[in-house]
Design a protein around this ligand. Structure first.
Ligand SMILES: Cc1cc2nc3c(=O)[nH]c(=O)nc-3n(C[C@H](O)[C@H](O)[C@H](O)COP(=O)(O)O)c2cc1C
Length: 201
């Protein structure tokens, strides 16, 4: 199927089939794909946590608002976190980059705008990896749901993350399509018209 045709049928699954599991091979492939996600100046300010342990997953599910059932029904939850210490980011991630990228881009165009701007820029990179990941799931025939509806602080504590802040999570599995109100055959895809969001000059 073409990318466009896949994009027409992919959707944020609200009901998963809890009898179907993502295989270990698929999980390993998804890990490698995320590692290859692009980021501005190759900054890679992220941590991707793959959770398959049922007890840990259940604990996280209980801190995930409306997403609780979905997290309990799949066997894979991925948490996307951003580096939280700018000094550590600069020492670890920027030190391995060509100096021209740091002096010619990061310092004048990002850092010069202050710490809040740097943090936003770091988070943007992690969000970009979400798009990459959702497309990969789609390509692999897996259903997925991006979830900002999580208690970030509780996730950080449960996962014992030091130096990283969870931003969002993604469930990966197989949809229970006939019983999912959000499936595109039941709820047609809703988007603004092409001419409202794309212009050609
Ligand atoms: C960053 C982000 C956070 C989201 N958080 C949630 C969430 O917590 N729970 C949920 O069910 N859907 C969540 N969604 C799914 C969106 O509601 C969905 O992408 C949007 O309505 C478009 O529908 P579609 O993905 O089915 O095409 C999120 C999507 C994105 C991109």
């Amino acid at each position: 199927m073409s990318f466009l045709d896949l994009a027409k049928v992919r959707y944020s699954t609200k009901k998963y089939d809890n009898t179907k599991q993502v295989s270990n091979e698929q999980i390993e492939e998804l890990k490698q794909i995320l590692r290859l996600s692009p980021s501005s100046i190759n900054s890679q300010p992220w941590k991707f946590t793959f959770i398959t342990d049922p007890t840990l997953k259940k604990e996280l599910a209980s801190k995930s608002y409306v997403n609780e059932q979905s997290i309990n029904d799949v066997n894979l939850l991925v948490v996307f976190s951003v580096m939280e210490n700018i000094e550590h980011f600069e020492n670890r991630n920027l030190s391995v980059l060509p100096e021209a990228w740091v002096k010619g881009f990061y310092e004048p165009l990002v850092k010069s705008n202050g710490n809040e701007a740097v943090k936003t820029w770091l988070e943007n990179q992690v969000y970009l990896s979400l798009g990459f990941f959702l497309s990969a799931c789609m390509n692999m025939g897996l259903d997925a749901t991006p979830m900002e509806g999580i208690e970030r602080q509780a996730y950080k504590q449960i996962l014992n993350q030091d130096g990283y802040s969870p931003l969002f999570a993604v469930t990966v599995g197989y949809a229970d399509a006939p019983n999912d109100w959000a499936h595109p055959t039941i709820l047609p895809k809703s988007r603004f018209e092409l001419k409202e969001v794309v212009e050609s000059i």
